[in-house]
Design a protein around this ligand. Sequence first.
Ligand code: PEP
Length: 259
Amino acid sequence: MTHTNTPRKYVIANWKMHGDLAHNQALLDRYVSQLSDLKGTQVVVCVPYPYLAQAQAKLQGTGIAWGAQNLAKNEDGPFTGEVSAQMLCDFGSQYVILGHSERATAYCESDENIAQKFMVAKKHGITPILCVGETLIEREAGVMELKVGKQLDAIIDLYGVEVFQNTIVSYEPIWAIGTGLAATPDQAKAMHLFIKGKLMQVNATHENSVKILYGGSVNPQNALQLFMVEHIDGGLVGKCSLNAQEFEGICQAAESCQE
Ligand code: PEP
């Protein structure tokens, strides 16, 4: 998928390992009734694998897109428990979250593994949502740009900076995820500028086709302030995406700060 006629903002729900058929049904019904008609905001829901069919059935034709939270770096074969890009495509997934720190930490995903998955997603026409971000210790040591730069370089070194065209990068400071302690607009702005600077090495078209989101304790109270910041193209939302009212508040914030 490309970002031609690209929406100005993205709000992406990361349901993580939450939900069941009945709860999802109710939540998706609310998403559809409240969020289908947004003009400048693309809403995306990244669900656990078993619910991709449910997301497809509920969201097809609504303007709300769906996707997954991981994919296999291999195309197919004897990889027990893995799910391939083609399988995601079979269920209409247009997006996939890659490199989320919860996975990187719990399943020892290396930057190189994530880079391979990034390319596999692109090859299959799935927009990767690449998560990057530093720990609190790294921030306190002042090496946050080094850390994020290294995560981006893992992809740039293997495939060149051009592969970031029509992709999404989400700056997710690890200390802000699920903690209720979001980055300040100034902290987010500085990192977004850094990321943009690194990825803008090609040309202006390229710059416009990479969306850079912020993720980490976004809620209806702080969303507008964060989304108004130049270079923040929307948010990746965990906890608040499980509550229809809170998620709507965040999407409305994205919608209301369009130029
Ligand atoms: C996330 O897990 O990507 C995330 C941003 O979570 P939360 O919104 O709960 O901090």
